[in-house]
Design a protein around this ligand. Structure first.
Ligand SMILES: [Zn+2]
Ligand SMILES: [Zn+2]
Length: 212
């Protein structure tokens, strides 16, 4: 299996993400490496779970979109988790086999990457930086074609302690606004079943009335 993301896949991922940047290919490459290491295809449903270690202020929006697109683990399917550790790493769990792989970008590569001019311009806040023509695309290709051993450290887990979230489809109708609300979000107050918004209106109204 090739380790290189095809041009069509790259274009589709960039269309999904909305811009051409260097965080997205980092996520694509990390996610693809994890799928290959586990020998699994992109998740159609919740058969995979991905846990990302970058926080939103650390490339995470771009990195996470690359991870989502390539692994099929998405916010919408609730099988993407962000547990910020400030690291360029992600763990992909194969839920039915209880195995997982943590894919972590190597320090020597990251030190180089963070000093590529278009990347350095971001974190050193060079607002007037303009990349050379084709420079960003060349850097993207460098991420996508670099040999795996130069990019990643892989850690395998044989019994990964992942518990699938329990689905809650129970539901009630709020006594005050009449909107349907999922059961675990309802509150009971004075014999009424309430949504969180109506519950807080009643509670704060009581507090107001209690004032002199
Ligand atoms: Zn981006
Ligand atoms: Zn309500």
């Amino acid at each position: 299996m090739s380790t290189v993301i095809s041009n069509d896949n790259l274009k589709a991922a960039q269309a999904f993400h909305g811009n051409v940047c260097l965080g997205l290919p980092l996520g694509l490459r990390a996610g693809q490496e994890a799928l290959q290491a586990l020998n699994v295809p992109r998740a159609k449903d919740k058969e995979l779970v991905t846990i990302v270690e970058l926080a939103p202020e650390q490339f995470s929006h771009c990195f996470v979109d690359g991870i989502q697109w390539i692994t099929g683990c998405t916010t919408g399917k609730n099988n993407l988790q962000v547990q910020p550790m400030g690291k360029f790493a992600a763990t992909v769990v194969d839920v039915s086999r209880h195995i997982a792989v943590r894919v972590s970008y190597r320090t020597d590569f990251l030190k180089e990457f963070l000093n590529w001019p278009p990347v350095a311009a971001k974190w050193t806040h060079q607002k007037d930086f303009h990349p050379q023509p084709g420079e960003v695309n060349d850097d993207i290709q460098a991420v996508l074609t670099r040999p795996v051993a130069e990019l990643f450290t892989l850690q395998f887990f044989e019994n990964y302690p992942y518990l699938s979230p329990v689905m809650d489809w129970s539901h009630e109708v709020c006594s005050d606004c009449g909107e349907l609300v999922i059961g675990s979000y309802t509150h009971s107050l004075a014999g009424a079943v309430l949504c969180p918004a109506c519950w807080s209106h009643r509670v704060y109204a009581q507090v107001e009335e209690g004032k002199d």
